[in-house]
Design a protein around this ligand. Structure first.
Ligand code: KIV
Ligand code: ZN
Length: 525
C-alpha cells in the first residue's frame, strides 16, 4: 500500500511570530523561510499581509525569493484582507495559497462577532469564493473549531468545500481539545464530507498547546483522517505555543510501526539547524529538556544509561541524534583560514552571502580568530546570524570600559557613535554610570547616552561553542515603555561587551520601529 503523505504546513512566521517579543524583521524572516525550504516543509505561512506593511513585505519577499514550498498568506473573510493577501502572494504564482479564517464557535459568534450561524456561513462562503478568484489553492479555517457545535462545523466544512476551498483547517484555537475527542471530531468530519474521503479536499489541523496536548492532538487527528498538520519550529506561538514541528515529524518517523502508512517530506537532518535559527531570530530560547532539539534531549547522565548506550545505543536511545542533525560539526577553522575556506564552510552550513556581507563577516571572523584558537561552526553561525539580525543602526559601540569587583562600585564608561549625525549634532558621545553590576552599569550608561529608558524583561547568556574562550551570546528582551518589547542580540568573547551589544541592538530596533508607520490594524486573531 502506498503511504499517505502528511503535509507539513509551517506557521512559524505567522502564528509563531505572533508571540509577544518574537517579532522578526524582514531579513530575519527571509532567512527562516529559506531554512524552512531546506527543511522541505510543504507550506510556509509567511504572514498576515493586511496587518502591517512589514507583514505585507515579508509575504511578498518570501513569495518572490523562496523556492520549493507553497507560500501562504492569512486573511480574514473580508475583501480588504483577501485582496492584500492575493497581492502579496502574486510572485509565488501557482504556489500561492490564500488562507481565510472566520470564527464559528457559539462563544465567538455571540460575544466576538455578534453574528448568527447563517451569516457566518454566508461570510465564509463569500470569503472562499473571493480568494478562489485569485488563486486555486484556498484554505479555510473555522476559528475555534474544536468548541464549535459539530453539526454546524460539518455544515461549514461542506459549504466552504463547495465554494472552492481545497483545504479545511480545524483549529483548536484555545488548546482545549484532548486527543481522543479531537480525533473523534476529525473522524466525524471525514465521514461527513465526501470530498475529504475522495482527496478533493484536505483536512488540516492546527493545535495550540495550552494543555500541553498540541502534538498528541495532531497525531490523533492524523489517525482519524487529517492529511495536513500546522506547526511551528520549537512549537513557538501565542501563549503556550503551537504544535512543535520536530515532534510531529519525529513521532511519525520513530514510531512508523504505529503510524503505519503515513510519511512526510521533511528532511530531519535540518531539524536542529532550523531550531537554532528560529531560537536566535525570534529570541525565544529552547528549554534544555525540550524533546528533539533541547540541549539535553540526547544527554545521558545516569551511569547505567551511559553504560547501556556504550554497549548498544538503542538500549536508551529511541532516535539517533545524527538523524535530526546533532553533531554535524566539522573541523574548526582558525585565524589562518582564508576567505575562500570561510565562504565554503558557510555554503556548507546553508548560507549564501552577498560579496559585501561576506567581506564584513570575514573581518569579524578574523577578529574572533585573533581571540580564539578555533572558530567552530557554531561561532560562524552566530556571526552570520548576528549579521542577519543587524538593524539599521542609529548608534554603534565604539568603546567600553568596565570596572567591577567585590570591593568596587561597578562602573562603566561607554562611547557611542551616532550614525549619520547631522552637522549640528555631536557624532561621538561618552558617559559613565554606576550600576548594580557591570552589565547594569553598561546598560545604564547606554540609556544615558541614547536618551532611552529600557526595562530588561528577559536576559539570557549562552556559550555559542566549546572551551573557555567560547563566544558568549546574549539575548535581551527589553521594554522601552511602548508596550512592544524588542529583542536584541550580541556576541563577543567578553560577556559584558556581548551584553552591551545586545542592549544597543535592542535600542536600535526600538528607534527603528519608532520611525516606521504604525500597523494598519491590531493583531488578530
Ligand atoms: O489558532 C487559530 O485559530 C489560528 C487560525 C487563524 C488558523 O491561528
Ligand atoms: Zn493559531
Amino acid at each position: 500500500m502506498k503511504p499517505e503523505r502528511i503535509l507539513i504546513f509551517d506557521t512559524t512566521l505567522r502564528d509563531g511570530e505572533q508571540c509577544p517579543g518574537a517579532s522578526m524583521n524582514l531579513r530575519e524572516k527571509l532567512e527562516v523561510a529559506r531554512q524552512l525550504a531546506r527543511l522541505q516543509v510543504d507550506v510556509i505561512e509567511a504572514g498576515f499581509p493586511v496587518i502591517s506593511e512589514g507583514d505585507f513585505a515579508a509575504v511578498q519577499t518570501i513569495a518572490r525569493q523562496v523556492r520549493g514550498p507553497r507560500i501562504a498568506g492569512l486573511a480574514r473573510c473580508v475583501p480588504r484582507d483577501i485582496d492584500a493577501a492575493a497581492e502579496a502572494l502574486k510572485p509565488a504564482g501557482k504556489r500561492a495559497r490564500i488562507h481565510v479564517f472566520l470564527a464559528t464557535s457559539k462563544i465567538h459568534r455571540e460575544f466576538k462577532l455578534g453574528k448568527a450561524r447563517d451569516e457566518i456561513l454566508r461570510l465564509a462562503v463569500e470569503g472562499v469564493k473571493r480568494a478562489r478568484g485569485y488563486v486555486e489553492d484556498v484554505e479555510f479555517s473555522p476559528e475555534d473549531a474544536s468548541r464549535t457545535e459539530p453539526d454546524f462545523l460539518i455544515e461549514v466544512c461542506r459549504a466552504v468545500v463547495a465554494a472552492g476551498a481545497t483545504t479545511v483547517n480545524i483549529p483548536d484555537t484555545v488548546g482545549w481539545a484532548v486527543p481522543d475527542q479531537f480525533g473523534a471530531l476529525i473522524g466525524q468530519l471525514h465521514e461527513a464530507v465526501p470530498e475529504f474521503q475522495s482527496g478533493q479536499a484536505v483536512i488540516s489541523v492546527h493545535c495550540h498547546n495550552d494543555l500541553g496536548l498540541a502534538v498528541a492532538n495532531s497525531l490523533a487527528a492524523i489517525r482519524a483522517g487529517a492529511r495536513q498538520v500546522e506547526c511551528t519550529v520549537n512549537g513557538i506561538g501565542e501563549r503556550a505555543g503551537n504544535t512543535a514541528l520536530e515532534e510531529v515529524v519525529m513521532a511519525l518517523r520513530t514510531r512508523r510501526d504505529f503510524f503505519r502508512g503515513y510519511t512526510c517530506g521533511v528532511n530531519p537532518r535540518e531539524i536542529v539547524k532550523s531550531s537554532r535559527l528560529v531560537a536566535r531570530m525570534s529570541g525565544l530560547m529552547v528549554q534544555r529538556n525540550k524533546a528533539i532539539v533541547g540541549e539535553n534531549a540526547f544527554a545521558h547522565s545516569a551511569g547505567i544509561h551511559q553504560d547501556g548506550i556504550l554497549k548498544k545505543r538503542e538500549t536508551y536511545e529511541i532516535m539517533d541524534p545524527r538523524e535530526v542533525g546533532w553533531g554535524q560539526t566539522e573541523l574548526p577553522l582558525t585565524k589562518h583560514s582564508g576567505r575562500a575556506a570561510v565562504a565554503a564552510r558557510l555554503r556548507h552550513l546553508g548560507y549564501e552571502l552577498a560579496a559585501r556581507d561576506l567581506d564584513t563577516l570575514f573581518t569579524r571572523f578574523k577578529q574572533i580568530g585573533d581571540k580564539k584558537k578555533f572558530v567552530y561552526d557554531d561561532d560562524l553561525t552566530a556571526l552570520v546570524e548576528g549579521l542577519i539580525t543587524e538593524v539599521p543602526e542609529t548608534w554603534t559601540l565604539e568603546y567600553l570600559h568596565v570596572t567591577s569587583g567585590n570591593q568596587t562600585v561597578p562602573t562603566a564608561t561607554v562611547r557611542l557613535r551616532k550614525v549619520g549625525a547631522r552637522k549640528d549634532e555631536t557624532a561621538v558621545v561618552q558617559d559613565a554610570s554606576i550600576g548594580d553590576g557591570p552589565v547594569d552599569a553598561a546598560l545604564r550608561a547606554i540609556d544615558r547616552l541614547t536618551g532611552t529608558q529600557g526595562r530588561l524583561l528577559d536576559y539570557s547568556l549562552r556559550a555559542v561553542s566549546q572551551g573557555m574562550d567560547a563566544l558568549g551570546e546574549v539575548t535581551a528582551k527589553v521594554d522601552f515603555g511602548n508596550g512592544e518589547p524588542v529583542v536584541g542580540r550580541g556576541a563577543s568573547t567578553d560577556v559584558i561587551e556581548a551584553s552591551a551589544r545586545a542592549y544597543l541592538n535592542a535600542v536600535n530596533r526600538h528607534l527603528g520601529q519608532q520611525n516606521r508607520r504604525p500597523p494598519a490594524n491590531g493583531r488578530q486573531p
